[in-house]
Design a protein around this ligand. Structure first.
Ligand SMILES: *[C@@H]1O[C@H](CO)[C@@H](O)[C@H](O)[C@H]1NC(C)=O
Ligand SMILES: CC(=O)N[C@H]1CO[C@H](CO)[C@@H](O)[C@@H]1O
Length: 276
């Protein structure tokens, strides 16, 4: 498939429906009250985060990446959250994830662990993958194709899940950054076909917005620093809220509604920053 023909239309639609709207602290506080009222009634969240080293949390505090701050914010407002995944990623209590450092989109898709965890029927799947494709000089159009196929694969197994797919964060390697920007521009098209045409519950969040800069990245130019990881936590947290009406009660399984809480030894979870 050749991607890109509908991007202009879709960036409008997807940003409208998925992007966050916090304008100032007052509004955000009001939003927090509404969110905690809704949280009590909302379905438990069974979240699977899938990707490469950024999802795994490389170079982050306690190895928890964006996942701990995101989960803690959801739990703090009364949501039940159980993170699922085939790997243990970081020192947080509920640390399951499917982050595979160094792997490209198709390699991640091929991991047996990804499939095993998808069979636990998450109702929210977060996907951030493709940085390694870009670093290895792959073509943005092929990456768009790969993520399209990957999302279809995810929904063929986690049949009652929503998928929140992220753009790729900025990269210090110029060639990789060019591919990343091209891929980020095609991603709304992928989402438009999946949700608009095929009526699948697929949404996009943006981790390469004007809120982001290389100051959010480690010196390797590829992984967020702690500042970047909490921004990412905010972006996914808002993404989950913005698609709340699409999230259904998790399918029956022997999994508890809540995953284990964090060990005291790692201190309180970082608070989520405001998006401008
Ligand atoms: C993924 O698995 C398929 C089917 O076994 C195989 O054809 C393909 O080459 C694999 N891709 C990668 C990148 O490992
Ligand atoms: C898909 C998307 O919204 N991409 C945006 C990511 O952020 C850059 C700026 O850093 C925008 O130019 C892209 O449009």
């Amino acid at each position: 498939m050749v991607w890109g023909t509908r991007s202009l239309f879709m960036s409008f639609v997807s940003l409208l429906s998925v992007s966050a709207i916090p304008i100032n602290t007052e509004i955000d506080n009001a939003l927090a009250v509404i969110r905690s009222e809704q949280a009590a009634k909302a379905p438990a969240l069974r979240i699977q985060a899938i990707g490469a080293s950024i999802v795994w949390g490389q170079g982050s505090a306690y190895g928890d990446g964006f996942r701990r701050a995101m989960r803690s914010a959801l739990v703090a407002e009364g949501r039940q959250v159980n993170m699922v995944g085939s790997k243990k990623c970081g020192q947080m209590g509920d640390n399951e994830c499917d982050g595979y450092p160094g792997l490209r989109i198709n390699e991640i898709r091929n991991q047996t662990g990804v499939k095993t965890a998808l069979k636990q029927k998450p109702n929210v799947v977060l996907v951030l993958a493709g940085t390694n494709d870009a670093l290895q000089g792959h073509d943005a159009n092929a990456m768009a194709n790969d993520i399209y196929n990957f999302i279809n694969y995810i929904l063929s197994i986690a049949t009652n899940s929503v998928v929140i797919v992220s753009t790729l964060p900025p990269n210090g390697n110029k060639k990789a950054e060019a591919v990343i920007k091209a891929y980020n521009t095609l991603l709304p098209d992928v989402v438009e076909i999946l949700r608009g045409d095929l009526k699948k519950p697929v949404f996009m969040v943006d981790n390469h917005s004007s809120w982001w800069s290389m100051a959010d990245m480690q010196s390797d130019g590829t992984h967020p620093n702690n500042n970047g990881y909490v921004k990412m936590a905010r972006v996914f947290y808002d993404g989950i809220h913005n698609v709340a009406s699409w999230i259904s009660t998790p399918a029956q399984s022997n999994l508890p509604a809540m995953g284990p809480s964090d060990p005291k030894s790692i201190g309180p979870a970082p608070a989520l920053p405001q998006q401008p």
